[in-house]
Design a protein around this ligand. Structure first.
Ligand code: ZN
Length: 212
């Protein structure tokens, strides 16, 4: 097969300067100059089939663009919206929900507060799905791994203060104490999650005073 001299040709960013003397190789190597100015050697076949398009600067540019896009899109990710939302409610006194959160002493744990990656990891490891919202098991408790879970809006609305009055909380405790019902029966009767009933029974929470 007749060899074609590629000198002077341009492949993507590479201008072929000259053929390099062969040393123990069947392939023809060329000295090339990249658009960015870097001069290096490359196999002619790699240039022709497009495997090598530049000195590496092309790939680097592409990668840094991917990085930028990913970082930019992150702020539109549904988990980021949740992350942003909880911080606003707890720390931005101008937020319309602040009075139910920050003003009541609800805070975001250090692990999450300024660490979206940490929050994101917890979210994914703990059953986050699109459409679910973050739910505090104890509505008087903070945003922290041990007190949060992902819930549908129906599950979450069960835990709002509108549904339990102080006298109901006291009744639940009494009914449990006298052995009239067990926790899961009480959960059904009061249309609450059994984890809520458990907190109430253990005197850990009064739900009448809390908001979701
Ligand atoms: Zn280059």
């Amino acid at each position: 097969m007749k060899k074609i001299d590629l000198t002077g040709n341009k492949f993507s960013r590479l201008l072929v300067l000259e053929e390099v003397k062969k040393i123990n190789t069947k392939r023809t190597r060329y000295k090339v100059k990249c658009d960015c100015g870097k001069i290096f050697e490359v196999n002619g076949s790699d240039m022709k089939n497009g495997n090598t398009k530049s000195c590496g600067c092309y790939r680097n540019e592409k990668m840094s663009n991917v990085g930028k896009v990913a970082k930019h899109n992150m702020s539109f990710h549904p988990i980021y919206k949740v992350f942003h939302g909880i911080r606003q409610r707890c720390y931005n006194s101008n937020d319309c929900n602040y009075h139910n959160y920050g003003a009541r002493g609800i805070s975001v744990c250090d692990e999450w507060r300024s660490n979206f990656n940490g929050f994101c990891k917890w979210a994914v490891d703990n059953g986050w799905k699109k459409g679910l919202s973050i739910d505090r098991i104890d509505v008087n408790g903070n945003y922290e791994p041990s007190n949060c879970r992902w819930a549908t809006s129906t599950e979450q609305s069960r835990n709002t203060r509108k549904t339990l009055k102080k006298h109901q909380v006291l009744t639940i405790r009494n009914l449990y104490k006298i052995g009239a019902f067990n926790q899961s029966e009480l959960a059904k009767i009061y249309n609450k999650d059994s984890s809520i009933i458990s907190l109430i029974i253990n005197n850990k929470s009064y739900y009448y005073a809390a908001n979701y």
